[in-house]
Design a protein around this ligand. Structure first.
Ligand code: OSB
Ligand code: MG
Length: 371
C-alpha cells in the first residue's frame, strides 16, 4: 500500500570514459534521470534511461523531466497503490507515449513495493534463475582492428555473446573479419534502423553466410511489415528492438512473422508490467527474448537484471558493466561479470544494490521536488 508522499526528479550528467557509437550517432556525454518516490520511511529509486538528444526514440532527458513533473507526478502524488498495475493505470492511457519517463516512475514504485513487502526485485517480477548470461554490445569503432581487439578482451573475460553495431558500409567487412577470427562464437549485429529494403536487401542477405544468432532491428522502427518481408528473404533470425513499444506491437510482429526473437528493453516499453506481458506473450508463442540496455547506471541495471532472470529470457542480455563507459557507478556494489560470462541476480529485499547518495549528488545537475 505504499502512499506516495513526495517525488524527487534528478537529472544526472555522467562523464563518459569511452563514447558509444551506433548508426544513430555518438553518445559521448551521457545524462540520465532518476526518480525517487518517498513513502513514510521508504525511498524507491527508478531510472528513466534516455539520452541528451532524441537519437534512439523521441524522448530525451529533458522530455522525461518535463513529462514526469507536469503529467505523471500530479497523477500519483498523495495516492496509495497496491500494485504496479494500479500505479501505471493512472497514466497509461491518459498520457500518450513517453515510455521511458513512465518506466522511470514505475520502477521507482516497484522498488517501494519490494521494500514494503521485504522482497527482492527478482521475486517481485517472478524471476527464477540465480544468474543471467550476458554479452557486450560493441559500438562502431574507428577501425576493424580496434573492434577485434575489444572482442578478444571480452572473450577472455568470459562474455558469452558478442553484439556489434553495424550501419551501411560498416557491416559486411567487419562481420567477415570477426567470423574469420572466431568462426564459432555467438555473434549478432544491431542495425538500429539504419537500413531499408529498397537499398539494402542484398547486403542484409549477404550476412547469412556468417551464421549469426540474430540481426537486431535492421529496418525502421515503424516497419514491422518490411521486417516481415525481410524475414522471409533471410535465414538469419531477425530480432526487433525499436519496433516493439508494447505487448500489442509484439503480438502484431509475431503474427506477421516479422521476427523470431524480441529484445525487451524495459524503458522502451514503459516499465516492468509491460515487459512481463511481452515476456509471457512471447513464451506462449515460442519466441525467445533477451534483455536490452540503454547504458543505465547500476540503478536501471538492477531492474533489467531481475527481469532477465525470468524463464523465457533465453539469450544473453546486453549488460556492459559501468567501467566500459563511466568512471564510477552511483551504486557502491555495482554488478560484476563472472568468468562464466554471467551476472548474479541479487536476493536482497528492495533494489538489491546500495545507492551512494553522495555520488548521486555529485552528478546531479537539476532537481525538482513534488510534494
Ligand atoms: O539498440 O540496443 C540498442 C545502447 C543505447 C541505445 C541503443 C542500444 C544500446 C545497446 C545496449 O546496444 C548497450 C548496453 O546497455 O550495455
Ligand atoms: Mg538495439
Amino acid at each position: 500500500m505504499p502512499k506516495i508522499d513526495k517525488i524527487e526528479l534528478l537529472k544526472l550528467a555522467l562523464p563518459m570514459k569511452y563514447s558509444f557509437e551506433t548508426s544513430f550517432g555518438v553518445v559521448a556525454d551521457k545524462q540520465t534521470v532518476l526518480v525517487k518516490l518517498y513513502s513514510g520511511e521508504l525511498v524507491g529509486y527508478g531510472e528513466a534511461a534516455t539520452f541528451n538528444a532524441p537519437l534512439f526514440n523521441e524522448e530525451t532527458v529533458d522530455t522525461c523531466m518535463y513529462v514526469l513533473e507536469k503529467f505523471i507526478a500530479p497523477k500519483i502524488i498523495g495516492k496509495d497503490f497496491a500494485t504496479a498495475e494500479e500505479f501505471r493505470a493512472t497514466y497509461k492511457n491518459s498520457i500518450k507515449g513517453h515510455n521511458i519517463a513512465k518506466a522511470g516512475a514505475e520502477f521507482a514504485f516497484w522498488n517501494l513495493l519490494a521494500l514494503e513487502k521485504n522482497m527482492s526485485l527478482q521475486e517481485m517480477f517472478g524471476g527464477e534463475s540465480a544468474e543471467i548470461k550476458v554479452g557486450e554490445s560493441i559500438g562502431i569503432k574507428k577501425t576493424i582492428k580496434d573492434t577485434l581487439e575489444e572482442i578478444e578482451e571480452r572473450l577472455e573475460e568470459g562474455f558469452t555473446r558478442i553484439k556489434v553495431k553495424i550501419k551501411p558500409n560498416w557491416d559486411y567487412e567487419i562481420l567477415k573479419a570477426i567470423r574469420t577470427e572466431w568462426p564459432k562464437i555467438d555473434l549478432m549485429a544491431d542495425g538500429n534502423s539504419a537500413y531499408n529494403l529498397r537499398e539494402h536487401l542484398d547486403v542484409i542477405r549477404s550476412f547469412d553466410e556468417f551464421g549469426m544468432t540474430m540481426i537486431e532491428q535492421p529496418l525502421a522502427d515503424d516497419d514491422i511489415i518490411d521486417h516481415s518481408t525481410l524475414q522471409r528473404l533471410v535465414e538469419t533470425p531477425l530480432c526487433l528492438d525499436e519496433s516493439i513499444k508494447s505487448v500489442e506491437d509484439a503480438r502484431k510482429a509475431i503474427e506477421l512473422n516479422a521476427c523470431r526473437i524480441i529484445n525487451i528493453k524495459p524503458g522502451r516499453v514503459g516499465g516492468g508490467v509491460e515487459s512481463i506481458a511481452i515476456h509471457d506473450l512471447c513464451q506462449s508463442r515460442g519466441i525467445g527474448v533477451w534483455g536490452g540496455g540503454m547504458l543505465e547506471t547500476g540503478i536501471g541495471r538492477a531492474f533489467n537484471i531481475a527481469l532477465a532472470s525470468k524463464s523465457n529470457y533465453i539469450y544473453p542480455a546486453d549488460m556492459s558493466p559501468f567501467q566500459f563507459f563511466y568512471e564510477e557507478d552511483i551504486v557502491d556494489d555495482s554488478f560484476e561479470v563472472t568468468k562464466k560470462g554471467t551476472v548474479v541476480v541479487r536476493k536482497e529485499a528492495g533494489l538489491g544494490y546500495k545507492v551512494n547518495e553522495s555520488k548521486v549528488k555529485k552528478y546531479t545537475t537539476e532537481t525538482r521536488v513534488i510534494d
